[in-house]
Ligand binder design. Sequence first.
Ligand code: SAM
Length: 277
Amino acid sequence: MESGLYIVATPIGNLGDLSPRALAVLAGADLVAAEDTRHTRRLFAHHGIDSRLTAYHEHSDAAAAERLCDRVAAGEAVALVSDAGTPLVSDPGYRLVRLAQDRGLPVIPVPGPCAAITALSAAGLPSDRFRFEGFLPAKAGPRAARLAALADERATLVFYEAPHRVLETLEALLDAFGGAREAVLARELSKAFETIRRAPLGALRDFVAGDADQRRGEIVLLVAGSEAAEPEIDAALGQLARELARDLPAKRVAALLSDFSGVRKNQLYRWLLEQGN
Ligand code: SAM
């Protein structure tokens, strides 16, 4: 196997979701760095893999990343896995990948399951644009502030949530976005009690409040983007924007006129691009 740091996605529930390539890489690697070696041992046992395991988690220090990179530099194949899904997606690995790149070592992704993408694929919400927000802050104040900042986002929002917080989070989503906004609870994906439920936020909150089983297991929450109508770019604003865009980059014009007109920067920027600026 070629030397490199392999970033290997593993199943998020159904162990059969390990791809043949991921299996070959994990079986052939000189060393597999795992978030939790006991957890990964179960995956290895299921697939008959006996590669050497070492721990690499969010508390691992810089020296641990250096040691893994030293092994790649010495010609070994080192694989990184997390407990489930794609490493680096709300999981450790970011510093290790950067270090390997900075040392000029090959970083080779081996794609596979990811809870956010799996949920999006079956949610029935617009998926042409989505915004992955990972875990919301656990405390009410910072969480409400984050949600307020997302209230006008037009892309579908994707959150990870712990089961004991799901109800509280649904309440916070309701406060921030209103009960009519469509949302999806995607729970226990690829497992026995998989649930994918699309409903307005108010009804989804009631559904989860009324059934304790919906507050168990692993959960992705998705919320439809805002449909608030964008303000119009009137003729005077449009002319000003075009004039300015002769001398300034479109991004700068959008920023300048956004403060002055109240029209969002993104909308002005998109409009300028549509005009050929
Ligand atoms: N790296 C992983 C990925 O690619 O999806 C995510 C790791 S993050 C620490 C764990 C969170 O992912 C869980 O709290 C849950 O929100 C979500 N998750 C993982 N597996 C899931 C599943 N089978 N069903 C629903 N959500 C899942």
